[in-house]
Design a protein around this ligand. Structure first.
Ligand code: HAM
Length: 435
């Protein structure tokens, strides 16, 4: 009979895999707490409508969607942003501002599988609602860098590329593009790094031949890599909105500099983000070597809460994916080796020994110690090897001789020293050893 396997792109987590995932989640959660973010969750299954025309064409084609038994069109969540907007929107007036929330959850996208991309993956999402100025971006980008740096990654391992859809809008409008053309062009820019000139194909199909001057101006702009270059290109336009926007840029970069984070940040107008709802600053984190797909992505989405039926509420956030991130940690040798070792292994000779050992085993576990023992009778000599192989620090020995003398032999497996203690003192001795 054929054996069952998990679906393509879905992952099983054996205990060692889960230990690695837990390690990542624990540190992300701890960082979020240090930044004062509160944790939330939402349903895995949502109305399909939540994603239609809000997340963008690409995500829509990747949905795991179906009709449920009640005839509802539903989808497994491909991302958290629409759900968190629904949650916040429903209680916006009751929530203390700024609303700083995070979650760690699983998502589903029917994607073409490749290194660091699956059909089921986890994300750490962090979002701030109710703060229209770049102060929110400062807080989030600082947290994003700390979420990665807390594992020992440095500016030599990753960086955050920072861009701005507002400036792209102002720039493309000034070049004569209407709203539909601007959006089409942003789609092309999002694909440019990967496909080069082919990225413009969709735009040409929709809007007709691309003027050479326009294309050159777009390509020049997406190659901008510094605030100075941005100011030079845009400053001359004398546009009021652009001048105000450049002031936001200075505030954002200044704030990050004051936090000592400039070394992680790269101005890069080549980033526009594929998701349709972004409205302002956008950013993505990548490994420095450029070998992996994006580690994280985010940006401002000031219209989405209202579009989903809530009040007008400015918002900005990001998500880190677990798959590319785990690959980067492995590559840099920063993923600890998780050994599932007990603290104590009990070596037991016969029924009397078992009876004596069981009381101690249960008492030690109730104290929070991790204790293991052979569940079935195993030759006494062989149990010493089991104890050594388990990785335990202590072996408690309950042989016939010990039981007859009313003692327990405690062997320190780290330095192989041994001593006998009266049975009644075993728990206290072990507690002292680990304190
Ligand atoms: P995203 O860029 O689609 O943004 O995803 C963020 C991160 O999730 C990516 O950089 C990547 O690490 C990971 N990711 C995405 N798709 C996959 C996949 N198929 N397999 C493995 N990892 C994947 C969002 O999802 C936005 N909702 C983020 C956000 C939060 N924006 C504002 N708030």
């Amino acid at each position: 009979m054929a054996t069952f396997q998990s679906l393509p792109g879905f992952r099983d987590f054996y205990p060692d895999d889960l230990a690695r995932r837990k390690h990542i989640f624990d540190l992300w959660r701890r960082t979020a707490h240090t930044f004062g973010f509160a944790e939330y969750d939402a349903p895995v299954l949502e109305p399909l409508e939540l994603y239609k025309a809000k997340s963008g064409d690409e995500i829509e084609t990747q949905l795991f969607s179906f009709t449920d038994k009640g005839g509802r069109e539903v989808a497994l969540r491909p991302e958290m942003t629409p759900s968190v907007c629904r949650l916040v929107g429903a209680k916006a007036n009751a929530l203390k501002r700024p609303i700083k929330w995070f979650s760690i959850a699983e998502f589903y996208r029917y994607e073409r599988m490749q290194k660091g991309r699956g059909r089921c993956f986890s994300q750490f999402n962090a979002d701030i609602f109710g703060e229209p100025g770049p102060e929110a971006e400062i807080e989030l980008i600082a947290m994003l860098t700390q979420c990665l740096a807390s594992f020992g990654l440095t500016e030599e391992d990753f960086y955050v590329r920072l861009s701005d859809r507002n400036l792209w809008f102002y720039y493309l409008e000034a070049l004569g593009l209407d709203d539909a053309r601007v959006r089409g062009m942003l789609g092309a820019i999002d694909r440019f790094e990967k496909y080069g000139d082919d990225a413009f194909k969709g735009y040409v199909e929709q809007f007709g031949p691309l003027d050479d001057v326009l294309k050159t101006k777009v390509v020049e702009f997406l190659r901008i890599k510094s605030l100075d270059a941005l100011e030079q290109t845009l400053g001359a336009m004398g546009h009021e909105k652009i001048t105000a926007r450049l002031a936001d840029w200075k505030k954002l970069l200044g704030g990050l500099e004051a936090m000592g984070l400039s070394r992680f940040i790269a101005v890069d107008l080549g980033v526009v983000r594929g998701l349709a709802y972004y409205t302002g600053f956008v950013f993505e984190a990548f490994d420095r070597k450029g070998e992996l797909r994006a580690l994280a992505g985010g940006g401002r989405y000031d219209d989405l809460v209202e579009k989903l039926g809530g009040p007008a509420l400015p918002a900005v956030g990001f998500a880190i994916g677990d798959m590319t991130f785990a690959l980067l940690l492995e590559q840099r040798g920063l993923m600890p080796n998780f050994v599932q070792a007990p603290d104590i292994y009990c070596v037991i000779g016969g029924e009397n020994g078992r009876r004596a050992a069981f009381g101690d085993i249960h008492a030690l576990r109730a104290m929070g110690r991790r204790v293991d023992y052979p569940m079935k009778d195993v030759a006494f000599g062989k149990q010493f090897k089991l104890a050594a192989d388990s990785g335990a620090k202590l072996a408690l020995i309950y042989g016939d001789d010990e039981v007859a003398k009313g003692v327990v032999k405690i062997r320190d497996l780290t330095d192989r020293t041994e001593r006998e203690v009266p049975s009644a003192q075993t728990i206290a001795m072990v507690r002292d050893y680990f304190s």
